[in-house]
Design a protein around this ligand. Sequence first.
Ligand SMILES: Nc1nc2c(ncn2[C@@H]2O[C@H](COP(=O)(O)OP(=O)(O)OP(=O)(O)O)[C@@H](O)[C@H]2O)c(=O)[nH]1
Length: 578
Amino acid sequence: MRLTRLFTLISAILALLVCGVQGRSLWAEWRQYQAAEQGLQALQLVSASMRVAEKLSVERGPSNAVMGDGHPAAPAKQERLRTARNDTNAVLRQLQQQLSHGNTVPAHQLAGLELALREARRNVDQLAAQPPSSRTPAQLDAAVERMYALVPLALDAVTEATRASEQAYPRITRVLVKARLAVELREYAGRLGSTLTAPLATAQALGSAQQQRLQFLRGRLEQLRQLIKMANNDADQAVHIQAAVARMDSDYFEAGQRIISEVEQASSNGPRDSMARHYSMDTAQFAQRYVPTMTPILAVRDALLQEAEHQAQAEFARARHELSWAMLNGAAILLVLVTLLVIVRVRVVAPLLRATRAVVRLGNGDYTPPSRISRRRDEIGDMLRALATLRENSMERQRLEQERARLIEELKIRADTDYLTGILNRRAFATAGNLRLRGAREKDESLAVILFDIDHFKSVNDCYGHDAGDQVLIRIAEVVRSTLRDGEILARYGGEEFVVMPSFCGLEAARALAERLRVAIEQEPLTLSDGYILRVTASFGVAVAHGPHAALDDLFHSADLALYRAKSQGRNRVEAQL
Ligand SMILES: Nc1nc2c(ncn2[C@@H]2O[C@H](COP(=O)(O)OP(=O)(O)OP(=O)(O)O)[C@@H](O)[C@H]2O)c(=O)[nH]1
């Protein structure tokens, strides 16, 4: 796998791993945050549900007053009932609105409560519309019971909402349970008061059922009071909660209960033979004194709710804070990872690839210099500098190899060339001649050799000096070369002796060529460096070989014999083999 692909693969795997781990923890934090948000909403629902329960309790008083009054009921009592019902409707609407925001309390629970409330009110209105004489105790009891039955329905909604809230914030469970107990306490306190409403209204002694009910309610109230006062954790003992509980003790359990005891006392003090009693207060006065003593119970509820909300807000803030941290952490880790990968890519992988390409280029003999010299002080810098040195060494080696090849070529040329005239020497001629002779044999052609020697050359040396003799040799070579055609070989055979090998031809053609050369030499005025002009002649011997057994030595021998004859017969002439 190529390095870039491997790096990309590793980067992708790392990024996936980090994203996976970060995503997991982020998801967990997000879930917690969402749970905390829902818990907060549920808490508001608890509060709203408790207010509904409270208002339903409150509505019972004016309802009883209207049912216990004449026909029609006194306008003030009717007005109080209207106000109480409006208050209940308002908190119910609030609860509905909160439910519409996707809360955890099932909507059917609220629908059931609304239905029951409508029925209970209709029942109250029906009785209030009848003359008092036609309202039977059973009907009145049923109407009151229906009103009583509403609060547990509202408390069911509280329980549902409490459960949802507890799931999000387990630590506030106790506080919420106590708030619910406070609501119940308020309800039972109301029922306690309601138990006395009929005896007060009718100025009758308390019946045994009513007395039993009073006992039961008192016991329940005390139970609830103890449960609320039970210290479970620090939150329960918050100063404002303790203050609210203390006020409930003094206002309700002392002052409120005293009012109840007063009525009880008056009931038990009356004549044994008659149920008629004289109470020091009527229903309205009782309500006026008793109802305010229940207010601190709601204050306890509110203090507990406030504490729960305070804790929930703190938990929510913590969840939000942790979510933000998780997001920041995730982003920071991703950023660090990306930065590291970019650094590794830019600082390691890319230079390695550049170096690899440079090495491949060097291997292919491409010595293009790098675009910039690395100034890095690390190992990659060392490698790039080593590469530059390798490139320089390779270039030097290539230069030396070229020089060597050039020298070898020059030596080769020098080995085949006559140092003075620049034409082929005897050795090179032997090689070329043998090659051509082989060709002649293969093609069954004739091959000729023309050997010529400058006449009286010794006297040139003697008269004009050895340098002049050299110049004559050089000029003779030039003259002959310019007379010959391509493919006709000329070589210096030794001293003042030259040899020509024409292309494949017979004896007559060779003789004709020798004659042309003789004339050319004879007619060429040779100007020496010191201004002297010389004319020289040369004698030629021509020989031809043919057939499969032709040999270069034999050919030379024959030509030499002919040259000898040319010399001996007067020089400046051409003689052919016999
Ligand atoms: N200047 C010069 N002279 C050379 C060179 N090679 C041979 N010679 C001279 O050539 C002369 C050859 O002389 P000879 O063999 O007597 O022949 P010749 O004087 O040419 O007389 P014939 O060949 O009989 O016509 C000698 O004096 C050699 O020294 C050379 O390279 N340069």
